[in-house]
Design a protein around this ligand. Structure first.
Ligand SMILES: [Zn+2]
Length: 467
């Protein structure tokens, strides 16, 4: 959905008028309000005030003992705590008709029960159950200091290491989306679905399945935005998606999911700035296809991956770059619409020979084979980054860097923003036995500068500034 109307039409000034008397005869603002985070089952009398940030549907339930209706909504208070409020049967119908998304209410007289964590990522340990004796009143003062949203965003790297059926919030760029397909569900009804590929600055992609109305509405909108012939892509905030871990890690929408396309929140603007800074050809490995393990540099050797490639993500600092050999001369011949790129042999008459194309050529194209050492707090390792990834790290092509290489003074400005900076690396490691010693061959598949650390002064700057 686009930002709901209530998010943009809230009054911007706080009117400090005296609230009218409540039924009990006390002005509403004199009521002792309990913060949501302080609620507990041993406190029988409480009143909370909060804004409705999610309104569910009036759903039917059907158990062995009875059938009826159930309705849930989420509210958030001014201390940023949220709680799920549920009602059943006649109370469900009554509150479903009363509750409006975006409005602030005071609630009292409910019962607390342990939160059903399968359906929420709220940090509050309780849900509120309301019955017809509970009191739900529209706040007379629609307080502007209560947040309009609550997201608990996780990165794709973090989602990849959470168990199946976890409820998560994700903010990501929608790279592409499939056409809708029709699926026959177990209850013989039909539903539409689309799959959207999402990426974020953890240098990974994930697939999310949008079901039913999400496919019909937000999916259709995303498809139009992705089809536009521009380099921009929509930002998607998805609240309460479910993880699945069949083969790779994927996400799916559920009944409590909310989707916001291009939300006007600071995190979305930062993500868009990150995406705009990428070279258009940048591609990242997908956690929905490849198995991206939860490990770190020390884990390469401690895990039993001998001979099998292991892909993992880690945040690490580049502590040394081998600048004496960072590139190789590549063949420029075009074979099947692609550059050959095979490493060339230098011949006696200062031209080049390609073993693959089996011919001599007069000029070459330098490509990266960048070797450097990274450290992630658990261990260090040598890694290799090839042309596309190395270009994204170095900021200039190997061909350009080759021209600077004879003058060390000109190399330093290129290396300085990289050395001792942190990156989110996705690494493909292969452990092999070489001369009876285990040795890891590590190739960087993706690298994204850690924006948190790049905001700060480089530790090298601090070192150089020390008298
Ligand atoms: Zn060639």
């Amino acid at each position: 959905m686009f930002l709901p109307n209530w998010a943009v039409h809230l009054p911007t000034t706080h009117t400090d008028t005296l609230a009218p008397a409540t039924r009990e005869g006390h002005p509403a603002h004199c009521m002792q309000l309990t913060p949501i985070k302080s609620l507990n089952p041993y406190q029988s009398v409480w009143t909370i005030e909060g804004r409705v940030i999610q309104k569910g549907n009036l759903n039917n339930y059907n158990t062995e003992k009875r059938t009826g209706q159930v309705f849930s909504f989420d509210i958030i208070d001014k201390s940023n705590s949220d709680i799920v409020v549920t009602s059943f049967d006649l109370a469900a119908t009554s509150y479903y008709n009363q509750i409006q998304l975006g409005k602030t209410y005071t609630i009292k007289g409910g019962t607390l029960r342990p939160a059903r964590k399968a359906y929420t990522n709220s940090t509050t340990p309780w849900d509120i159950i309301l019955d017809l004796n509970s009191s739900v009143k529209l706040s007379t003062n629609q307080s502007v200091n209560i947040p309009q949203y609550l997201f608990r965003f996780k990165t794709i790297a973090e989602i990849n290491s959470t168990p199946a059926k976890t409820t998560i919030d994700l903010l990501a760029i929608a790279l592409s989306i499939t056409a809708p397909s029709t699926i026959r569900k177990s209850d013989s009804t039909f539903s539409h679905k689309r799959t959207v590929v999402l990426s974020d600055n953890s240098a990974l992609c994930i697939e999310a399945t949008l079901w039913g109305t999400f496919s019909d509405n937000e999916g259709k909108l995303l498809s139009e935005l992705c089809a536009a012939q521009t380099s921009t892509r929509p930002v998607l905030a998805i609240k309460r998606a479910k993880t699945t871990t069949f083969k790779g890690t994927t996400l799916a929408t559920g009944p409590n999911t909310q989707i916001f396309v291009d939300p006007d929140i600071p995190e979305a603007h930062a993500l868009r700035a990150w995406f705009t800074s990428l070279t258009p050809t940048t591609t990242y490995p997908s956690v929905s296809i490849a198995k991206i393990e939860k490990t770190d540099i020390a884990g390469i050797k401690s895990s039993s991956h001998l001979g099998k490639p292991l892909t993992f993500s880690t945040v690490a600092t580049i502590i040394h770059i081998n600048m004496s050999s960072f590139s190789y001369p590549a063949c420029t011949s075009i074979v099947n619409n692609q550059q050959c790129k095979k490493k060339l042999d230098e011949t006696a008459n200062s031209s080049w020979y390609c073993q693959k194309c089996k011919h001599a050529i007069s000029h070459c194209d330098y490509k990266y084979a960048l070797h450097f050492i990274i450290e992630d707090g658990t261990a260090t390792t040598w890694v290799t980054a090839f042309d596309e990834v190395a270009t994204s790290i170095m900021g200039i092509s190997a061909q350009e860097l080759q021209l600077l290489a004879p003058t060390p003074d000109k190399l330093w400005p290129v290396v300085k923003p990289i050395l001792f900076h942190r990156y989110m690396f996705t690494i493909s490691a292969k452990l092999e036995v070489y001369k009876s010693e285990e040795k890891a061959q590590c190739t960087v598949v993706a690298a994204v500068k850690d924006t948190a650390s790049s905001m700060q002064e480089s530790p090298l700057d601090a070192f150089l500034a020390t008298p």
